[in-house]
Design a protein around this ligand. Structure first.
Ligand code: SAM
Length: 212
């Protein structure tokens, strides 16, 4: 899978993608990530990419022209184009899994300010995707969430134990580790007895029952 990310803040991605599972997935070539700075595709001498909204109102809108240039360069007929947007369809683990099998290239657009000129979506057939019912300052965190959620469904991105747990029980199983008893403000917090029992059937049933 190759992820192409279009943003006006390319440095935001450096830290997250250079740690842990995503770092390993890049190093082992299970995924590739390329970040494109939208400002490199503007012809404006001051690298300006936004403008006032038609019809008035506060804030600025990122214009269509620089997007057209970068998408003309990178978008292939089979690329999946996603515009991160608070009003989009909400991302789920199921959708992430489907994309991981269906596509080899996902292009992600991170919006900023009041958003992206509507014509980007119309001309380039972008799907609007939200990561939750709240408004963030920019699309960079949503882009990272999509890359992470999709990558977890790509074979061998997760280690064996990590992927097994999710496949067996689904998401949201409560987990505990040492110590068996933790005392906080004179109160004892114990690990559920069943998890110490060694009885695998009972443990499995408990996990399924307590899944959120
Ligand atoms: N007034 C805009 C609206 O109603 O959609 C808010 C734009 S928001 C401040 C700037 C950018 O952040 C958006 O263009 C989008 O890319 C991103 N964004 C904000 N919340 C998001 C969410 N929940 N899911 C995905 N992207 C989001």
């Amino acid at each position: 899978m190759r992820f192409d990310i279009i943003t006006i803040f390319p440095k935001i991605f450096d830290s997250y993608f250079s740690e842990s599972i995503i770092k390993r997935a890049v190093e082992t070539k299970k995924i590739r990530i390329k970040v494109w700075n939208l400002r490199d595709f503007t012809k404006d001498e001051h690298k300006k990419i936004d403008n006032k909204p038609y019809g008035g109102g506060p804030g600025m809108v990122i214009g269509v022209e620089a997007f057209a240039r970068v998408l003309n360069k990178i978008k292939k007929p089979k690329s999946k184009l996603i515009l991160l947007s608070a009003r989009g369809k909400q991302l789920t683990s199921k959708i992430a899994g489907e994309w991981a099998t269906k596509y080899k290239n996902i292009i992600l657009i991170a919006g900023r300010y009041e958003g992206v000129d509507e014509r980007v979506k119309d001309i380039f057939k972008a799907e609007e995707i939200s990561i939750g019912p709240y408004v963030l300052t920019g699309g960079e965190i949503p882009v990272m969430a999509v890359v992470d959620a999709v990558s977890r469904h790509i074979p061998e991105v997760l280690g064996k134990s990590e992927s097994l747990e999710e496949k067996r029980y689904g998401v949201g199983v409560p987990v505990y580790t040492r110590p068996e008893v933790f005392i906080y403000k004179n109160k004892k917090y114990k690990v559920p007895e069943v998890l110490l029992s060694g009885d695998h059937t009972k443990i499995e049933n408990w996990r399924i029952k307590h899944k959120k």
